[in-house]
Ligand binder design. Structure first.
Ligand SMILES: [Zn+2]
Length: 118
C-alpha cells in the first residue's frame, strides 16, 4: 500500500508549514491535488493519514482532494488533450511525441489551521 508513504510525506510537509510560534496548533483542512495517474486510492490515503496523525496537530484534519485530470500536449502540433491513460503518440497528427502536462502530481495546495484558542 503506497498510500502510507504518501501520507507520511504529506504529514512531513504539513508539519513544516505550521508556524513554529503557534501554541497547540490544529490543522482543520488539508487541501490536496492528486493526479489521476498518481494512482492514489483516496480512502486508503485517508485511512493511513488518520493513523499516522494521531496525537499530532494534524489529528482529525480533513483531507480535501481535488482530482487532477491527465493532460497531454503534442510536441509537434501543440494540441492539448485530456486523456484517461498515458499516451505516447499524438492522437491527432500521429507523428508527434506527447508530453504529459499534468496528471501525476501529489501536492498540498493549502493548509487551513483552526483559530488559535485565546
Ligand atoms: Zn500532434
Amino acid at each position: 500500500m503506497h498510500e502510507m508513504g504518501i501520507a507520511e510525506e504529506l504529514v512531513k510537509i504539513a508539519m513544516d508549514a505550521i508556524p513554529g510560534d503557534m501554541t497547540d496548533p490544529k490543522v482543520e483542512i488539508l487541501n490536496l491535488r492528486i493526479g489521476k495517474l498518481a494512482s492514489v486510492v483516496e480512502h486508503s490515503l485517508t485511512f493511513c493519514f488518520e493513523i499516522i496523525t494521531k496525537d499530532t496537530p494534524l489529528e482529525n484534519a480533513r483531507l480535501v482532494i481535488e482530482s487532477v485530470p491527465v493532460k497531454i500536449c503534442c510536441k509537434v502540433c501543440h494540441q492539448e488533450w485530456e486523456v484517461d491513460s498515458p499516451m505516447f503518440k499524438c492522437p491527432d497528427c500521429e507523428i508527434g511525441e506527447v508530453e504529459m502536462i499534468c496528471g501525476r502530481e501529489i501536492e498540498i495546495t493549502s493548509i487551513e489551521l483552526a483559530d488559535e484558542k485565546a
